[in-house]
Each structure stands twice: as structure tokens, then as C-alpha cells.
Design a binder for this molecule. Sequence first.
Ligand code: HEC
Ligand code: HEC
Length: 350
Amino acid sequence: MSRFVVLLLPVVSAVILASDPRSPSERVDRRPSIGDAVPISFGDLTPRVGDVVNGSRLYRTHCAPCHGISGRGDGPASDYLYPRPANHTDSTYMASRDDRSLFTAIRKGGPGVDRSSLMPRFDDRFRDSEVYDLIAYIRSLHRDAASIFGEGVAAMRHSTVLEPVGPRVDFLTDARGRAAVVSDERAIVLSPDGIVERVDPPVDAAIVEPLVDQLRRALLQEQRDVDDAKRIYTMYRTSPDSLAPVQRRFVKSCAACHGMTGRVVGPGVQSTTFVAANLADGTRMNARPDEFVRNVVALGGTWARISDVMPGYEHTVSGAELDELVTYVRSLAIPPHPASNRLDRGCSRR
Ligand code: HEC
Ligand code: HEC
């Protein structure tokens, strides 16, 4: 597992540091409109075409109860689901999912792409062509990675909470070191050296500047995180006793997915098939009771019906160590957990 982490670090740094200035992309927004026939990309396979109109019809019937008619993840059943149904208008998230993984998610359900089993499998409900129609419709709800970075460029999603108070910045990076903040209204792309490369559609500097500023701070913070990760890993290898036992446990058992520092950085925690939680995201984690955190770590993501990828540690980690891990996870939160010094000893195992 630790070898896995080492292998990833150079990739992470390469993504963040790569300095390969390209000429500004001249792509226009390829966002399809209703009625278009939309090419679906399966990489090596023959290109398919999906019919957005038929896709929207199928979506209304089969998907809208959970994902909502507009695809925002706010259908009538969504209040009863955790995790919430995916928001198909979230351009940053959806740009990180390729068409193949959408196909698998629809065919095999959430577990097919290491997501929650609350996303049902529609194995024999649809013909292949109907799944392409659904994908075409989903793609019409947001910008895809190709419209932001160009055809065939792999994009990675980041979600960083800015220290010390914790606004979250969601952004994408590509393999050439470009970074982008994306919303349904616009995309702002920075070149590898941090210069604004494209604002699409063009808009007032007063709107662009604060977003660019946030993105630059998030990139710097992730760079610091990579440095921290390297430092922790070096200590782990050369003088493990200089780390607290709970930190050693975290590096050994959790870092491959959650990052050395528990914050989300790079492909170790984000693959095309799963996104590990950013444990430092206080806006998310502080709402979780200690008992929930302890049970997720003890019993795994299936217990909470979050991702099946999150393993359970009740057979490998002692009860005392579990308590320490909960305290440790609490201590990472930005903004800080209100009671991070106090572990609720009364919390029970299910
Ligand atoms: C019973 C509720 C429910 C229904 C019905 C449903 N979904 Fe989902 N879907 C979910 C939930 C919950 C998630 C989030 C899973 C997660 O994040 O672990 C999800 C996630 C997804 C994802 C994202 C998977 C990923 O890669 O993150 C896609 C794509 C998707 N659904 C497509 C569809 C389509 C298309 C339909 C209709 C044919 C549909 N869903 C019907 C609940 C539902
Ligand atoms: C194989 C990858 C993997 C490993 C190893 C792993 N996790 Fe996770 N973890 C995940 C994924 C994936 C999720 C779910 C993320 C989501 O659905 O948003 C998760 C979720 C969690 C959550 C819940 C977050 C929330 O939103 O409530 C906690 C807490 C957590 N992990 C702690 C740990 C700890 C502590 C360890 C080590 C003892 C660990 N994880 C090891 C992948 C992993």
C-alpha cells in the first residue's frame, strides 16, 4: 500500500507543477442542446451516438424520482437518500466521469463504479442504445471535460477547503498542468504557470478575479499538502518513532486513499471510479457525530451506505486505536471541529 502512495506522489506533483505552456485553447463550448445527436466516447470502441430527446424521456421516468427532473440530485426521493443522488449539472464532478463510467454506473448500479448501492442497477431494463441516449442527456446537463480542456485530455477533480476558515474550492486539473474552475455559467482556465488562459464565456474582470484568486490559493495549498505528504512519508520510512502512533496507523491504513495528510490530493484519492472523502473538510465532517465516524472506520462505507470502497477496520484495529483515529480525523477539520479535543467515550458500536 505504501508503495502505491510513493508511486503517486510524483504524479501528483507533476500535475500541479507541470510547466508546459500551451497556446490558449480556442475551443468553443460544445455543450449540446436538446434535439442534438451527441457522440458518446468510449475511447477504443466505435463511437456511438445518443439521442438527447429520447434520453430526456427515459430520464424523467426512471431517474428523476431520485436525480430530479433538472438533474440537480433533488428528486422527491432524494431527501431519504445518503449519499445524495449525483448532481448531473455539477460540471466539475461530471467532467471527471468519462462516458464509459457513466455507462457502467447505469448498467451495474453504484457498486459497479464503487459508489453507493442506492444508485440502482438497470441491467436489462434498457437496450444499449437507450443507455447512450441517457448518457447524451446527462452530458447535455453540464459541460464535459472535452469542452473545458479539449478532446481526449484526462481531467482530475479536486475539492480543497481553504485554510483557515474553510470555503471549499472545487476545481479540475488536466495532465498538462492546467487548472479550471467551472460552473454551469462559465469556465475559467489557468495555464500551468497560473495565467488566465480562457474565460468562457467572457465576463467582467470583477467576477473573474476573486475566482482566480481562490483557485490560485487552492493550488498553492495543494502544493503545500504535497510537501507535507512527502515529509510525513519520509519520516514514516526513516524515523517512524518521530510520528505519533495514530499518525503511523493513518499512513499505514488510510493514506493510500485519503492522502498522507487526510486531505484530498491527487489520483490516490481520486480515480475515475471513486473519490475518497476529504477528511479535512470541516463543512462536511463537523456535521457527523463521533459515533458515525467511528462506525464508518470500524464497519466500512457499506455500513453508512456511502462508498463500498471504504474498508472496515474492526478486525485489524483495536478499540482504543479506533478512538484515536476518530480524534485524529476530528483534528484535521477546517474549519476546526467545535469539540475536537473531546472524544465522546460513550459512543457505541452497532
Ligand atoms: C433510487 C434512487 C435512484 C434512481 C432511481 C437513480 N439513481 Fe442514479 N444515483 C443515485 C444515488 C444515491 C447516487 C449517488 C451514489 C454515490 O454517490 O455513491 C447516484 C449516482 C448516479 C450516477 C453517478 C455515478 C458516479 O459515477 O458517481 C449516475 C451517472 C447516475 N446515478 C445515473 C442514473 C440514471 C441514468 C438513472 C436512471 C436510469 C438513475 N441514476 C436512477 C440514486 C438513484
Ligand atoms: C481503499 C480506499 C480507502 C481506505 C484505505 C480508507 N478509506 Fe475512508 N473512505 C474511502 C471512500 C471511497 C470513502 C467514501 C467517500 C464518499 O462517499 O464521499 C471514505 C469515507 C471515509 C469516512 C467518512 C467520511 C464522511 O463523509 O463521513 C471516514 C471517516 C473515513 N473514510 C476514514 C478513514 C480512515 C480513518 C481510514 C484508515 C483507518 C480510511 N478511511 C481508509 C476510501 C478509503
